[in-house]
Design a protein around this ligand. Sequence first.
Ligand code: NAP
Length: 335
Amino acid sequence: MVDVVIIGSGPAGLTAAIYCQRFGLSTVVIAGRKWGGQLMLTTDVENYPGFRHILGPELMQKMRDQTKDLGVEIVDLSVTKLDTSKKPFLVTAEDKTFEGKTVIIATGADTKWLGVPNEGKLRGHGLSSCAPCDAFFFKGKPVAVVGGGDSAMEEAQVIAKVASDVILIHRRDEFRAQKAMIDKVMSLKNIRVLYNTQVMDVIGDTTLTGVLLDTRVISPKQGVASFDELVVAFSGVKKTNTQWELPRLGLFVAIGLVPNTQIFQGLELDSHGYVKRYEEKDENGVLKYFTKTNVPGVFTAGDVHDARYKQAVTAAGFGCMAALDVQRWLAEQEK
Ligand code: NAP
């Protein structure tokens, strides 16, 4: 049995491990078969303090090396079950089981993709989910962003700074995003919006050249009288009475994230599937715990509970906080 089993090996999980190990707690990280989290899918990172420029996978390798050098056991298996019904907690990772006095859940969140036929083939070849990471590749090029929430507004703003022009594709004719963010996007001269439009597929042999769209109802906001006029207004190519091809060299998918919480039973999740945190204050009203879940002894860190900040550096910060909470909690149990 160890003091803490950390599930996940992105910045949150590895930072938690570094802190726990240095507190003298016996620590195991179950890293997952694809260890390292979202930064492993990123190219340039230029906003992680201490590194003016570093590649995402290189940054994660450094964090992993630092964690291992401290003596933390890192297991590259995927967790299949967390049993919180009794103590110690049982974490099953494929054919192995680990017992922990505490658990930190730091499994992150993955991009929600469109699920269209050619998506797998063109990912990384014109199709991206991260404008801050990949904007550089689209300098002066026509791109599109799909989504209608805050993420889509953010992606559109970031990419509009470098792309020649941006078409924001949304499946309804009302955005979900906050008004202030919509207003910002609308004020940019090189962004246009396509409403009531679904992405049916991405087109291109080796790199993306266009997007297959379906527009069934023309929104009054589009300022055109018919489907044919809409297609012409966006320099598209009509395919059927509702489907058309929009030529684009890049498409950014920003339709939300899926927190990796599917395997956790007994853990309270919010309506979007993120782990619910329960802050606790002491008798003087001072914050005592930040990363507790509904299960005493199970803590959470990083994007798996955070739909708001979603940065490597904030995930690392949450990892540190979870480790501090674990240390305090274990000390309280021993009193
Ligand atoms: P979101 O709020 O869930 O919005 C997802 C958007 O994508 C919605 O407009 C949705 O359309 C659309 N969508 C979902 N599935 C789709 C599909 N299969 N095809 C086409 N469109 C699809 O997700 P998010 O924008 O990533 O934001 C997640 C959370 O993070 C939110 O709470 C948000 O406020 C927060 N966030 C905050 C900031 C910020 O404050 N700076 C930045 C980013 C994110 P419908 O509207 O039709 O459902």
